[in-house]
Design a protein around this ligand. Structure first.
Ligand SMILES: [Fe+2]
Length: 340
């Protein structure tokens, strides 16, 4: 600390001759800094500002000095918050805000503040703003291209859905109806809209693996042989293999892989249980069973929603995840959901 003070003393001896010279030295420093910088007293009034702040706001120095900080942000409560937090904590280390210039244009900035000592207390403090307009533009661009890429992926998935549905008319629409129910359940369970979107895509494509099952088996109105049933049981794994290389921000291939797994390990293909199964797969599983029972199948007429609800309620906790069952039951109980 002492050596730091000595070196500062030496510096001032070299560059500053007297007090006036010190003021001009500080002015030089302030005007050289490309970022807007200003100083605020404990009452929240601006007592100094550099040329970069005048440039970004378009305000004359006389309007800025002596004004409350709200002149920069257009809102009293933002200025009060900066004051309160800086004095209370000693600093703000990066806060994204909108600066308003003299024409009312909003400029995104990142604000850093620090009291003279860097400690909490009633002192004046220095504020530095960083114009992040370019960074915001770059982030928006990145977001737009990610969205474009996702749309392309979603369109690919939609095309795959159509392909499977055209080949297998009996389950045409099954995946769409499962998606509708699963998304309603996930909404009930508090999923974010982003996660619901991932679940929706998983549901839309969950039976893609049936593409490897001969169409005459899928549309066979009679009871399937053991060998035929074994072939159908491969479809989650085949679906996983088809989807595993599609790069999406959700674990779609794993959700599809696990959609016939059951809580007690009695499902397929891996017989995993409980926490080993993704929550998304557990929701899909319940929606899948309910939709399948409620609809007509090549080998039987529709059993109806009541039978389906009774099936998931009876096996709540053994085969099906309790919260998913509860969400599904309540959707039908209060009539807030119906298949198309
Ligand atoms: Fe399936």
């Amino acid at each position: 600390m002492t050596s730091q003070k000595n070196s500062k003393d030496n510096l001032y001896k070299i560059v500053v001759n007297d007090l006036d010279d010190l003021y001009s030295y500080i002015d030089d420093l302030m005007s050289t800094i490309p970022q807007p910088v200003y100083v605020v007293n404990p009452a929240g009034v601006i007592i100094d500002a550099n040329i970069a702040l005048l440039r970004i706001t378009g305000l004359p120095l006389d309007d800025v000095i002596g004004a409350e900080q709200s002149i920069l942000f257009g809102e009293q409560k933002i200025a009060a918050r900066i004051n309160r937090e800086t004095l209370g904590k000693g600093a703000i280390n990066g806060r994204q805000l909108l600066l308003k210039n003299c024409k009312g244009k909003e400029i995104p900035v990142c604000l850093y503040s620090r009291t003279r000592s860097g400690e909490p207390g009633d002192s004046s403090y220095v504020v530095t703003l960083m114009d992040i307009t370019e960074r915001r533009k770059a982030e928006d661009k990145a977001r737009r291209s990610t969205r474009k890429l996702l749309n392309a992926m979603e369109n690919t998935i939609e095309a795959m859905v159509l392909m499977t549905e055209m080949r297998d008319p009996y389950t045409a629409g099954h995946q769409r109806r499962v998606a509708k129910l699963a998304c309603a359940m996930a909404g009930q369970m508090g999923f974010s809209s982003d996660r619901i979107n991932g679940l929706r895509l998983s549901c839309l494509i969950h039976d893609i693996g049936k593409i490897q099952v001969p169409a005459e088996i899928l549309t066979n109105p009679n009871k399937l042989s053991l060998a035929e049933f074994e072939m159908i049981k491969m479809h989650p794994l085949v679906g996983y293999e088809i989807l595993k290389n599609i790069k999406l921000p959700w674990p779609i291939s794993t959700i599809v892989l696990q959609h016939h797994e059951r809580e007690d390990g009695s499902g397929y293909p891996d017989g995993i249980k409980g926490d080993k199964i993704l929550l998304d797969s557990k929701i899909l599983a319940v929606a899948d069973v309910v939709e399948a029972m409620a609809s007509h199948r090549p080998y039987r007429p529709a059993l109806g929603v009541d039978k389906a609800i009774s099936e998931i309620s009876t096996n709540r906790g053994t085969l099906y995840y309790p919260s998913a069952v509860d969400a599904c039951v309540s959707l039908f109980a209060d009539k807030s959901f119906q298949f198309d």
